[in-house]
Ligand binder design. Sequence first.
Ligand code: NI
Length: 253
Amino acid sequence: MKLIFDTHAHYDDKAFDEDRDELLTKLFSENVAYIVNQGTNLELSKYSISLSEKYENMYCAVGIHPECITKNSLAELDEIKKLSQHQKVVAIGEIGLDYYWDIPKEPQKLIFEKQLELANELDMPVNIHDREAHGDTLELLKKYKPKGILHCFSGSVETAREIIKLGMYIGMGGVITFKNSRKAVEVISDIPIEKLVLETDCPYLSPIPFRGKRNHSGMIQYTAEKIAEIKNIPVEEVLKITCGNAKKVYNII
Ligand code: NI
């Protein structure tokens, strides 16, 4: 039975240019059940839709990523709204805040807030990027109370609890298999597995033993094994429950 649900992928990335269709066909014929490709700007959101049209179990999110904000972003949100009506679009994403890179904070917050408003207006879930911006992200999530996933969660146990209290899910990927992932391990042991979803963020963040290599949805197996070890339950159980959680959050029947 196929049980891998990759809730956050970037198959539009040029790292997949040479074998994208071959790889996706192979993954879906092996153990990958569903993939949700994330949008990062208007063009790539459109491309994500075209990719999702090719594969029955590939869905996508549309949105503007904080690293992709331009002077046109605000005007482009009307177009994002139109794209969201496509039947394979299941979320507004990847949206959020990134304080790691030197990107002005105010435009980031503006575009993030506009997209949170949009998701609520459309009654759609969001997929959130929060890099070194835990305080402001949490504040805005508390303000707008969206449904959805906080992807590649890197916060504390306390923050994870707050996110869950808001009704959101925690996304975990290859990072949890790294040696320095003590914080993520603490979060996984603390939160109920019913609030966890799995992801790759591919082509980045491959789990051990493939760290540094190109990531793909099949590698979620290694992330699931790590969670199984922490939770002390069979890996099939981890995959089954997290797949169910993801279907629920993205409203895939
Ligand atoms: Ni991403």
